[in-house]
Design a protein around this ligand. Structure first.
Ligand SMILES: [Zn+2]
Length: 70
């Protein structure tokens, strides 16, 4: 207990996302991974990477909600 996200400072309630230097909550971890993926893919438009990640997070939440209803 008591683990905090190094990015937003909130207590981590889900699975912590570990990067080489930080421990992040699931939300920040997803954003970090989205940004990293965007940068690795060669997109230097970070705004586009964030927009894409936001869409992806919503899709993941929808899919998770559908799974729970079964
Ligand atoms: Zn966070």
């Amino acid at each position: 207990m008591g683990q905090k996200c190094d990015s937003c400072g909130r207590a981590i309630t889900g699975t912590p996302v570990r990067t080489p230097t930080r421990t992040l909550c699931e939300e920040c971890g997803a954003t970090f991974q989205g940004l990293a993926a965007g940068l690795i893919a060669g997109h230097d438009n970070v705004g586009q990477a964030i927009a894409t990640e936001g869409w992806y997070q919503r899709l993941r939440k929808l899919r998770a909600a559908k799974r729970e209803q079964r």
